[in-house]
Write a new protein. Structure first.
Length: 168
């Protein structure tokens, strides 16, 4: 295909997507890849941060010289914003054709099938073991992942790519 043709297709796709967005329909994506995406909800860390703020206020208010000045309000606000960031930034596991992708603490990370040493599944936990680095653990208890569906998809992913699959 020529580049001018690709530009025309991309331009027409953007106008169609704008129209579909106004109508409330989903957007069209060129060459969309079929991938399964499992999302969770992080609530443990935000609750711990809010409890830390409450403890901070409680301990600091025991001091007779304590007063809530600007720096204390900034500190409290920063911890509350950090808790909101962790709550609304939902963790996910995306299983593609030959990769898995997840949101880690340092950003989105992607593992190709060749970089995965094994997959370990327990009741309520799915762990992906990369060849380098620490394992990626997805928990029903901590992050509200649907681990039963994840287990089925990871089992088929492991069979397709010849990855060791361990079920406990």
């Amino acid at each position: 295909m020529s580049r001018s043709w690709e530009r025309k297709v991309r331009k027409n796709m953007t106008t169609i997507n704008k129209q579909r967005k106004k109508q409330g329909s989903g957007q069209l994506v060129m060459n969309a890849e079929k991938a399964d995406r499992f999302t969770g909800r992080n609530f443990v860390l935000p609750v711990l941060l809010i409890l830390f703020v409450i403890m901070y206020l409680f301990v600091m208010s025991a001091d007779p010289k304590f007063k809530l000045d600007t720096i204390n309000w900034v500190t409290i606000g920063a911890y509350v914003l950090l808790a909101a960031l962790f709550f609304f930034r939902r963790p996910y596991l995306k299983i593609g054709k030959d990769y898995v992708q997840s949101r880690r603490l340092t950003g989105d990370k992607r593992l190709n099938a060749a970089d995965i040493q094994g997959i370990r599944v327990q009741n309520g936990y799915v762990t992906i073991l990369p060849k380098k680095g620490a394992g990626w653990t997805f928990s029903r208890l901590l992050n509200r992942f649907n681990t039963a569906d994840m287990t089925d998809k990871m089992k088929s992913f492991a069979q397709i790519h010849g990855i060791q699959f361990e079920e406990k």
